[in-house]
Design a protein around this ligand. Structure first.
Ligand code: ADP
Ligand code: MG
Length: 241
């Protein structure tokens, strides 16, 4: 579903250039549950944004669903993005003056679905996520975990093939983090490809494949079952850091 070949990305600021991704090769199959790990500044968000067509790459190739993602008009990219990808962010990115139902319904508003219909569909998604009683509540009346579930419902309403989540548990306590990860796992079990960025080992350990970025390259890819060994190396790394 996703094939990255020798992806490079630099940020240019004034006269200096920061080479963030230095040749990323990565294949992700449909239905995989993947985490991208790495220290702060290692390019995790940059990679996720390229995957989600929120940002361009400089060199290499990115094929999504057999389509080359390059040099598209913003309109075409937006269209493909809306049909393929749902986003979840660390800070939830809910609209503060809209209630939970309206936040979930937002992608359908942009598609031109009428209010009655989009709110009815939004209610179905809120129910799926156990949030029906919160439909008319505003974001500031909800806990972090509830807000993230609203954000997940909003990401799902367009029926994407991929969910991309940048530090989805970064603002949550441990218990709530696991709850959110369980939801992402269920979504994945329903057939949706889920790719998360995290720097927490225990969160990454809940995914099937851990991609570790280091100095702009993939340092290692650890598959489920090898995670125990991974924990060991990782802990060792922390101890010697
Ligand atoms: P991570 O998510 O792993 O913390 P990022 O992908 O956000 O890393 O950033 C990688 C590097 O690129 C960092 O040094 C960051 O400061 C820099 N960077 C990220 N986005 C931009 C941008 N839009 N312009 C300039 N530099 C950026
Ligand atoms: Mg980041």
């Amino acid at each position: 579903m996703i094939t990255l070949n020798n992806i490079h990305k630099s940020y240019v600021m004034g006269s200096s250039k920061l080479h963030v991704l230095k040749g990323i090769d990565l294949d992700i199959e449909q239905g995989e549950f993947v985490s991208i790990m790495g220290s702060s500044g290692s390019g995790k968000s940059t990679l996720l944004n390229i995957l989600g067509m929120l940002d361009n790459y400089d060199d290499g190739s990115y094929h999504l669903d057999n389509r080359l993602i390059a040099d598209m008009s913003e309109k075409k990219a937006a269209q493909l993005r809306n049909e393929m990808v749902g986003f979840v962010f660390q800070s939830f990115n809910l609209i503060s003056f809209k209630n939970a139902m309206e936040n979930v319904a937002l992608p359908l508003y942009y598609k031109g679905v009428n209010r009655k219909k989009r709110n009815a569909i939004a209610m179905e998604y809120l129910e799926k996520l156990g949030l029906a009683p919160w439909a008319s509540h505003m974001p500031n009346e909800m806990s972090g975990g509830q807000k993230q579930r609203v954000a997940i419902a909003r990401a799902l309403i367009s029926q994407p093939k991929i969910i991309l989540a940048d530090e989805p548990t970064g603002a949550l306590d441990t218990t709530t983090s696991y709850e959110v990860m369980e939801i992402l796992k269920e979504i994945n079990e329903a057939g949706i490809t889920v790719i998360i960025v995290t720097h927490e080992h225990d969160i990454a350990a809940m995914t099937q494949k851990v991609v570790r970025l280091k100095d702009g390259r993939i340092d290692e890819i650890i598959r489920n079952g090898e995670l125990k060994a991974f924990r060991h190396t990782y802990t060792k790394e922390l101890e010697t850091a």
